[in-house]
Design a protein around this ligand. Structure first.
Ligand code: JIL
Length: 273
């Protein structure tokens, strides 16, 4: 009976994602005020600073970085692309993989202009903002593929997607808690993606705290399992990770723009045991 319940919960969640609208989602979360590069307290600059520090503090090794549940966004690999020689993007939906492909193949008609993001990360790296064109070229050079993924499968990627040793680093942003019907499913998914990572490899995990729903388009309301910091730490430990650092951003009133009920954002850097 329990197994049937799990399958129903995951199937219901997958049905929600059939109406996911990448352009609306990007508009809701990746434009001002949540992505305002003129403000120190905006969420996206905070996320980019966490990722920049985590990728450049000298403990990274290896070649392969895999982004789990990329969605239609690229910001999460803009620091990692300077550290790893090969990056794989992944998502459950073809519409998101198409959005990523359009930018990577420089075909135009992208739903969001990533230039301010590239310029901001260049600034974090001590480079002049005009180096964003080199960073864009670097990103296009290191991204080797954009693969389908399902974190509810014990083997989330196709069998031959990764080398047998696994990835050297994983990054995943706002995915697991938004695709899991409950905390147990979130923890299981964390375990599934952990199997893609070599022992000693790092996981960078960004996610929502206290979020019970978000809009992925007009009238497209998707349920989210509300997490607190303690649950995130317990799930990491149960899934075979050692926590290196947890940072939390608490949303100010003006960052609450009606597209979700998220109260905070966590950043985790962890290592696979
Ligand atoms: N089974 C699956 N396996 C893997 N990926 C899957 C699966 N199902 C769906 N997906 C894939 O995962 C999805 C990832 S986007 C999930 C959105 N998360 C919630 C949203 C994000 C957000 C962003 C920014 C801020 N902020 O404060 O700045 C707050 C928030 C909170 N609201 C989507 O790409 C889907 O395509």
């Amino acid at each position: 009976m329990e197994e049937k319940g799990r399958e129903n919960g995951v199937a219901a969640m997958k049905a929600c994602y059939r109406r996911f609208d990448p352009a609306a989602y990007l508009q809701y979360n990746y434009t001002p005020p949540r992505a305002d590069f003129t403000r120190k307290d905006s969420i996206v600059p905070w996320k980019l600073a966490c990722l920049h520090r985590a990728f450049t503090e000298g403990d990274m090794s290896g070649e392969l970085l895999v982004d789990i549940g990329s969605g239609p966004t690229l910001y999460q690999v803009m620091s990692g692309c300077e550290v790893f020689s090969k990056v794989l993007l992944t998502d459950f939906l073809e519409v998101n993989r198409q959005e990523l492909r359009r930018w990577l193949q420089d075909e135009g008609q992208c739903s969001l202009d990533w230039t301010p993001y590239l310029q901001h990360v260049c600034k974090l790296e001590g480079r002049r903002p005009s180096a964003w064109t080199e960073k864009a070229a670097k990103l296009r050079q290191v991204v080797a593929d954009i693969l389908p993924i399902d974190v509810h499968c014990s083997q989330p990627l196709a069998p031959d997607a990764l080398p047998s040793a696994g990835a050297d680093c994983l990054v995943s942003c706002f995915c697991l808690e938004s695709v899991s019907p409950d905390l147990a499913a979130f923890t299981r998914a964390l375990g599934h993606i952990g199997k893609l990572l070599r022992p000693g490899g790092h996981l960078m995990l960004i996610g929502a705290l206290g979020e019970s729903y978000y809009f992925a388009g007009p009238g497209v309301k998707i349920p989210v399992v509300p997490l607190n910091e303690a649950q995130v730490c317990t799930s990491l430990k149960e899934s075979g990770y050692t926590l290196i650092r947890l940072e939390v951003y608490t949303l100010t009133q003006d960052m609450r723009v009606g597209v979700d009920d998220v109260t905070g954002v966590f950043f985790v850097k962890a290592k696979k045991d």
